[in-house]
Design a protein around this ligand. Structure first.
Ligand SMILES: [Zn+2]
Ligand SMILES: [Zn+2]
Length: 135
């Protein structure tokens, strides 16, 4: 609805936590934003008819995905050079290192545990804070 360039605003609940978001009903409006309460990443699209579509993804899940992606990239680089990854503790050769992702005290880490000695090789660590902008 348009009144001399002023658009209506609509209250829409965050799909992740239910927090009321105020969105301008501007046809064709598209934005990705963060929910101020849960920190979830929201993809908002307003249709021509003023209908609002909103998708949400947990910020933590997105950071985990990104950490996993970077870890895979790093490992692939090593594999391209040497064909194998050698445990930094015992020298065991890992042909297909298994990547694990953990979250502890607001830090997400991607790592591989050596099947022989149990040594932990860290690939990526990323601190998570609700206010951190990743886009
Ligand atoms: Zn939320
Ligand atoms: Zn080892």
């Amino acid at each position: 609805m348009q009144f001399g360039g002023i658009y209506e605003f609509k209250e829409v609940p965050c799909p992740l936590c239910g927090y009321s978001l105020i969105i301008p009903v501007f046809p064709g409006y598209r934005i990705s934003s963060r929910c101020p309460r849960c920190g979830g990443v929201l993809y908002i699209a307003v249709g021509r008819d003023g209908g609002i579509r909103i998708r949400g993804r947990s910020y933590l899940e997105l950071v985990k995905e990104e950490v996993l992606r970077i870890a895979k990239e790093n490992i692939n680089k090593y594999l391209e050079i040497g064909g194998k990854i050698y445990c930094s503790y015992c020298g065991y050769a890992l042909e297909k290192p298994k990547i694990e992702v953990s979250e502890e005290n607001g830090v997400i880490e991607a790592y591989t545990v050596c099947p022989k000695c149990g040594g932990k090789m860290s690939w990526v660590t990323q601190e998570v804070s609700r206010g951190t902008q990743i886009f």
